[in-house]
Design a protein around this ligand. Structure first.
Ligand SMILES: Cc1ncc(COP(=O)(O)O)c(C=O)c1O
Length: 410
């Protein structure tokens, strides 16, 4: 069996596209783990919302199809089933990752007596670190990284003493793409008497999640990466059934029981489900785009999508590695998320050279170029071309044509 990209594209059991997602034309789009492209269904639903807004005005909240007022709840049930491995009442589609993280830290980080420590890791996304510090102060413990790229399971376990009340980690690390053992580390936190919360931004929509089966306590994620919810789209959160019913620390009227929200009572009549953790009015356009994208996901299913993602990242990893470049994403399937991270001391300039050569990566300082194939629109041929372009830019030092400094966003 040949491993020529064209053959792989022909033979793959889940070939990409065409037209399931709409990445920018004329480029190889490998930045769907920063901002995913839209789907035709998502765009159609956004257009419908705009039309309904013009036609119905405020009536869209009750009379649009589906009514905007409960669309977030319907979408939460879809995410729970399709993506999170959770029950419908355990998921809310609301806010954004950082907002939801603040909500759930304020609710579930409850230091008491000598059990006060909040364990996270030094490679966490900056926004998470800002939030974690705001809640835990000096009680925040950051597990170190041995190689500056990855977090060792044993090191997390070693930090889980009897003074720890919460473990908060990312399911897939945003720089290196390392996937952590969510089930194993959640179990370790529980064995130490602590809760386990997860940031799943780089896992949702690319790695099948089994939040119930793994006994996760809570989780947060964004919907604008692999899932194609659109720029700044509404985020998501999961709260395990056993934690529902308590007061959210940051209550808002959108967390009300939907049947009673417009009674406008002074008392917060909270929803019985994870919807209670919503704060304010949801952004309907992002919800529309996401709902459309979930139609595409529903056709394929997460297990088939993950299987193809692993094939694509293995192929890309091998190509980049064979060109003598430093891949820092773990090779093991159990430790690999959805993107491939390549270390280069001039990552910013390499990224700009790639963009000018028609490959859209993203760059994370100090030295990482991230390449994120999406199983539903990236082909092997594109990955081969991207790897060859990257190799040529580095071998020929083409990045030297670009001034130092970070340059454009992404
Ligand atoms: C791992 C991770 N956590 C948190 C965030 C912050 O997300 P938001 O801007 O939706 O709050 C991001 C954004 O890219 C992220 O990648």
């Amino acid at each position: 069996m040949t491993s020529e990209p064209a053959d792989l594209d022909r033979r793959d059991p889940l070939p990409a596209g065409p037209g399931r997602f709409l990445p920018p034309a004329g480029a190889i789009y490998l930045d769907g783990n920063s901002l995913g492209p839209p789907t035709p269904q998502g765009l159609a639903r956004c257009r419908q919302v705009l039309d309904d807004w013009a036609r119905l005005g405020v009536g869209g909240w009750t009379d649009a199809d589906p009514p905007w007022f409960t669309w977030a709840e319907r979408l939460a049930a879809r995410e729970a089933d399709l993506l999170a491995g959770a029950r419908p009442h355990e998921v809310a589609v609301t806010g954004g990752t950082t907002i939801n993280l603040h909500q759930l830290l304020a609710t579930f980080y409850r230091p008491s007596g000598r059990r006060r420590k909040l364990v996270a890791d030094v490679l966490a996304f900056p926004s998470d670190l800002y939030a974690l510090r705001a809640h835990a102060g000096d009680d925040l413990v950051l597990v170190p990284s041995r190689d500056g790229r990855t977090i060792a399971t044993e090191d997390v376990k070693a930090a889980l003493g009897d003074d720890v009340t919460l473990l908060l980690l990312s399911g897939v690390l945003y720089r290196s793409g390392q996937m952590l053992d969510i089930a194993g580390l959640t179990a370790a936190a529980h064995a130490a008497g602590a809760l386990a919360g997860w940031d799943l931004c780089h896992a949702i929509g690319i790695v099948p999640l089994r939040l119930d089966a793994w006994s996760v306590d809570f989780a947060v994620w964004c919907n604008y990466k692999y899932l194609g919810g659109g720029p700044g789209a509404v985020g998501g959160l999961f709260v395990a059934e056993r934690h529902l019913g308590g007061r959210p620390a940051l209550p808002g009227w959108w967390g009300s029981d939907k049947e009673r929200q417009f009674e406008m009572t002074d008392d917060f009549l909270q929803a019985a489900d994870a919807g209670a953790f919503q704060i304010g009015t949801p952004p309907i356009l992002g919800i529309a785009a996401l709902d459309g994208a979930l139609d595409v996901y529903a056709e394929v299913g997460m297990d088939a999508l993950r299987a193809r993602s692993l094939r694509l990242t293995a192929f890309l990893r091998e190509r980049v590695d064979a060109a003598g470049l430093a891949v820092v994403t773990p090779a093991a399937e159990t430790a690999r998320g959805g993107h491939i991270a390549v270390a280069h001391p001039e990552a910013g300039r390499v990224g700009r050279a790639l963009r000018d050569a028609g490959v859209i990566p993203d760059v994370r300082p100090p030295d990482i170029v991230r390449l994120a194939p999406h199983p539903l629109y990236t082909t092997y041929a594109e990955l081969a071309a991207a790897a060859d372009t990257l190799a040529a830019i580095v071998a020929e030092r083409r990045w030297e044509r670009y001034p130092a400094g970070r340059g454009a966003v992404t």
